[in-house]
Design a protein around this ligand. Structure first.
Ligand SMILES: C[C@](O)(CO)[C@H](O)COP(=O)(O)OP(=O)(O)OC[C@H]1O[C@@H](n2ccc(N)nc2=O)[C@H](O)[C@@H]1O
Ligand SMILES: Nc1ncnc2c1ncn2[C@@H]1O[C@H](COP(=O)(O)OP(=O)(O)OP(=O)(O)O)[C@@H](O)[C@H]1O
Length: 288
């Protein structure tokens, strides 16, 4: 990582609620969800290569180099832009995988924004978000970097201003496959659409939660444990669950009582992602 001239964060997200409205002909689900970022995430380092190769120097167990969303994002951008340059990339993986906090999607979005900058493509958020959607339903919100109410399959985004509480995120030691949950016959798929207004007034639940609780006792246990302190909910298709606190001290106090079998972390909810704060500072530095 110390060789990388550009180091950028890839923050986690929470789905504060997730309603499934229906299923499209292509199998994807129409949903409504509320995304907020956390000030906790992976970190990536980037250096330009002139020989056109894309090389990720950090291995993730179980994810082959060419399947990593970082490499796939870089190659797609290179191919679609016709850029002849390549990149060396390093990853400090801190987010649990398959946790519903968007680690892979966030890594992909950070890669797109970093290489757009380093390769001087001038693509901007609109085109990068469109390219990102083909990599995963959650990539566009990370490219945009604004807390948002999302509709469609997650790609129609409306920025929202939310409170920024502290969260305790508990990560049960299981990996939940998003595809598995979305294909469960027992998944509720007919929640009526709500307006962003009623949502901000406090409506909302996660339709995936009962299905995951039934299949994964570890997730049910984590919810039961956290519910003893604050109302607990699952993010995305799990496995992570979260509860909110008005200040860091209160969240830390509960975090210290976590059983060893249930790791977790405390982070603040953010309406603007750390990645975008860092990129803005970078651009201002360049122009100064
Ligand atoms: C559930 C969420 O985490 C909410 O943020 C996301 O919508 C999932 O986003 P993601 O992990 O980027 O998902 P993708 O990689 O696009 O899709 C994984 C699988 O989930 C199912 N899937 C995903 C999103 C969606 N709106 N409907 C679906 O049915 C599909 O079976 C797909 O094959
Ligand atoms: N850079 C990456 N980081 C994490 N997972 C990756 C990466 N590249 C590919 N993957 C694959 O993607 C799968 C899902 O990873 P991810 O951590 O994004 O799940 P998630 O948090 O459940 O995401 P979401 O909330 O978007 O559904 C992993 O199990 C892994 O096989």
């Amino acid at each position: 990582m110390q060789h990388a001239p550009l180091i950028l964060p890839a923050p986690a997200k929470l789905n504060l609620m997730l309603h499934i409205l229906g299923r499209r002909a292509d199998g994807y689900h129409e949903l409504q969800t509320l995304f907020q970022f956390l000030d906790h995430g992976d970190e990536l380092g980037f250096a330009v290569r002139e020989d056109g190769m894309i090389r990720l120097h950090t291995e993730i167990p179980g994810v082959p180099h060419d399947s990593n969303l970082i490499v796939r994002a870089a190659r797609q951008l290179q191919r679609q832009s016709g850029c002849r340059r390549g990149a060396d990339i390093w990853l400090d993986k801190r987010l649990p995988m398959g946790g519903g906090i968007g680690g892979g999607s966030s890594d992909a979005a950070t890669t797109l924004l970093a290489l757009d900058h380093l390769w001087q493509l001038g693509w901007g958020e609109d085109r990068l978000a469109e390219l990102g959607l083909a990599l995963g339903a959650d990539v566009p919100v990370f490219v945009r970097g604004r807390a948002a109410f999302a509709e469609g399959v997650g790609e129609r985004l409306q920025p929202v201003e939310l409170e920024e509480p502290w969260f305790l995120v508990v990560a049960p030691q299981v990996t939940v496959s998003t595809a598995e949950i979305f294909s469960d016959p027992e998944l509720t798929r007919n929640t009526p659409a709500i307006t962003v207004r009623s949502l901000l007034a406090g409506d909302g639940h996660n339709d995936c939660q009962p299905v995951v609780e039934k299949r994964y006792p570890e997730v049910r246990n984590a919810l039961n444990w956290l519910n003893k302190f604050v109302p607990a909910r699952m993010t995305g298709t799990g496995a992570c669950v979260f509860g909110s606190f008005p200040n860091r001290g209160d969240a830390d106090k509960v975090a210290r009582q976590l059983p060893v079998t249930m790791p977790g972390f405390v982070a603040q909810g953010r309406n603007i992602s750390m990645l975008h704060r860092r990129l803005e500072a970078l651009v201002q530095g360049v122009n100064a």
